[in-house]
Design a binder for this molecule. Structure first.
Ligand code: HEM
Length: 294
């Protein structure tokens, strides 16, 4: 009997050890410089948000948009230590600047308690570890006064990320943020534009040359109902230029956005007379209207 009890308790210990071991291995990825992938990002986001508060998906989305969860080959380039969240040195320094952001002290205490990390002594190089990069990103968002928009309002989050995180100099546009997130998040209730504003812009800027109702007549330009997902130059019964027909474009949020900035630059030789739209937000609402609201 004694023998069986011993065997049973030994196997129990073994199982516990294995489980602990497994837990440690995924945890240790968070501390492994150069680690990447959705698992490590999910681990980091879960832990960081449990300590410093939720972000309506923004922290996870930022990791994908900035570096494809660290899988982008540029993530750990020489001399750059921003890690999965691609935190620049200036942004990182700001997470240690209690003079400008006195509320950080409270966050440091939480980080010390939950992770045993003394944030003011962290070096920029440490951000090569996913947990440190994630903490820095969360602190940077905490330094922003304006609240994070809801996870459904992808367009507003894209603007927020661009203004508060990626900054003017950073590469990437709100439209890129939107299309990156839409490439993996297919939730049908995500909104990235405003139908009403898009409709208004369409009427003002394109209504004289295009209709966009189902079965609407071609005007100077072709009917644009159902344009998203269609090949360029393929609406039946409209006399397109050869340039338009040969352009090999499939219309999507991203291609329409580029086209509307400067149609003749994207497709030289077309007959659409249009100055182009400089304001990203205006284009986004217009594209949203054409792709999602008709
Ligand atoms: C809100 C503004 C506008 C939008 C969103 C828009 C969108 C588009 C798109 C997506 C196409 C390609 C259609 C297809 O492949 O089936 C196109 C073609 C065309 N658009 Fe526009 N357009 C706008 C403004 C205008 C304006 C103001 C004019 C007239 C002055 C115009 C005239 C044309 C013409 C003539 C074509 C055919 C081009 C060709 O075959 O070479 N568009 N437009």
């Amino acid at each position: 009997m004694d023998f069986f009890l011993k065997v049973a308790s030994l196997s129990l210990m073994l199982v516990m050890k294995l489980e602990c071991g497994m837990g440690q291995s995924s945890q240790s990825d968070m501390y492994t410089p150069g680690a990447s992938g959705s698992n490590v990002v999910e681990d980091v986001v879960k832990k960081v948000e449990a300590t410093l508060g939720g972000t309506n998906e923004l922290l996870k989305r930022t990791a994908f948009v900035e570096s494809k969860y660290g899988k982008d080959t540029n993530t750990y380039r020489n001399g750059y230590h921003g890690g999965i969240w691609q935190m620049d040195k200036i942004g990182f320094d700001d997470t240690q600047n209690v003079k400008s952001h006195p509320k950080l002290r409270k966050q440091y205490a939480k980080i010390r308690e939950d992770f045993g990390i003394d944030w003011p002594t962290v070096k920029y190089q440490d951000l090569r570890m996913p947990l440190y990069s994630g903490l820095a990103a969360r602190l940077k968002y905490l330094n922003v006064k304006a609240p994070i928009p809801s996870s459904r309002q992808l367009g507003s989050q894209a603007d927020y990320w661009k203004r508060k995180y990626n900054s003017k100099k950073g590469k990437g546009t709100p439209m890129k943020f939107i299309s990156d997130v839409l490439s993996y998040d297919k939730s049908p209730n995500i909104e990235y534009g405003n139908c009403g504003k898009g409709r208004k812009t369409f009427i003002q800027r394109g209504g004289q040359c295009h209709s966009c109702t189902h079965g609407g007549k071609h005007k100077t330009g072709p009917n644009l109902f159902g344009i998203c997902g269609r090949s360029a130059g393929s609406s039946p019964g409209y006399p397109y230029t050869q340039a338009m027909k040969d352009s090999d474009i499939t219309w999507s949020e991203a291609t329409l956005d580029e086209f509307l900035q400067n149609p003749k630059k994207m497709v030289p030789g077309i007959k659409m007379v249009f100055a182009g739209m400089k304001k990203a937000r205006e284009r986004r609402d217009l594209v949203y209207y054409l792709c999602k609201c008709l």
